[in-house]
Design a binder for this molecule. Structure first.
Ligand code: NAD
Length: 258
């Protein structure tokens, strides 16, 4: 089977919702054992149930990715029973504001989840990947990583760091059989976007949804499954020559706007 993940174990952070949930379902369908690390227990266990109902296998681990000790303990627990092949650093949070209305608490919060969370995940799996001389890492960046988004100072800054962290890790471990790439979506219709609209535009949600859809020249937001299919390709053996690369998946946002 092309793009098979049979016999592989994948760790997916933020697998309880949106893009992470779609990646978890897709990877399980392709034969991977999926380990979901999420701080939302209800969502995480519901993804596991969905996977099991479709004859896949998955486990849930309650985890705050910004807590290094927690991630290290969970990864070490997983390696007691599984050999980890794939890490998807997907958990992330948003913030609206320019530098003037981003206070230092906001900045620390975004830093801790979006940057330190990715660092924690990579740092915990690298020794295992080095030992077996193979492993694939995907970091969920954003179009904000390379072009910035207005009124998203902290978000753009942290996603920029995810992009350069990807390049740095790819360079340092290319000779160890470890591939590291990142995916940069434009707007994807997930609870992340719905929550943002509800919180910031409570009185004109439908209009805002329409406006955000139109910012992609293709005329709509992405679907979580579209991101999951790219992640699947990048983690499969078919992508064995690809490392140190950013993959925008954006309905034309970066190249066709303006
Ligand atoms: P989402 O809010 O639907 O899901 C995020 C998941 O991460 C949730 O299950 C949440 O519980 C979990 N999570 C958040 N903080 C966590 C933490 N500290 N520890 C553990 N789990 C945590 O979001 P989504 O839209 O699916 O976004 C997923 C990723 O894709 C994020 O990194 C986001 O920045 C990125 N992204 C999203 C979009 C978009 O338009 N949706 C666009 C570009 C990039």
């Amino acid at each position: 089977m092309i793009f098979s993940l049979k016999g592989k174990t994948a760790i997916i952070t933020g697998g309880g919702s949106g893009i992470g949930k779609a990646i978890s379902n897709t990877f399980a369908k392709q034969g991977a054992h999926v380990c979901i690390l999420d701080f939302n227990e209800e969502n995480g266990t519901s993804t596991v149930t969905e996977i099991e109902n479709n004859n896949g296998t998955a486990s849930f681990y309650k985890c705050d990715v910004s807590n290094q000790e927690q991630i290290e303990n969970i990864i070490s627990e997983i390696t007691n029973n599984h050999s980890i092949n794939i890490l998807i650093n997907n958990a992330g949070i948003a913030h609206v504001g320019n530098i003037e209305n981003t206070n230092s608490e906001d900045l620390d919060r975004l830093y801790n989840v979006n940057i330190k969370g990715v660092y924690n995940g990579i740092k915990a799996v690298i020794p295992h990947f080095k030992k077996k001389k193979s492993g694939v890492i995907i970091n969920m960046a954003s179009i904000a990583s390379s072009v910035g988004i207005s009124d998203r100072f902290a978000y753009s800054m942290t996603k920029g760091a995810v992009l350069t962290m990807t390049y740095s890790v790819a360079k340092d471990y290319v000779t160890h059989g470890i591939r590291c790439n990142c995916i940069s979506p434009a707007r994807v219709h997930t609870p992340f976007v719905d929550g943002f609209i509800k919180q910031n535009y409570p009185d004109n949600q439908a209009e805002m949804f329409e406006n955000l859809s139109k910012t992609q020249p293709i005329g709509r937001m992405g679907k979580p499954e579209e991101i999951a299919n790219l992640a699947l390709y990048l983690c499969s053996n078919e992508a064995s020559f690809i490392t140190g690369t950013d993959f925008p998946i954006d309905g034309g946002f970066i190249k066709l706007n303006g």
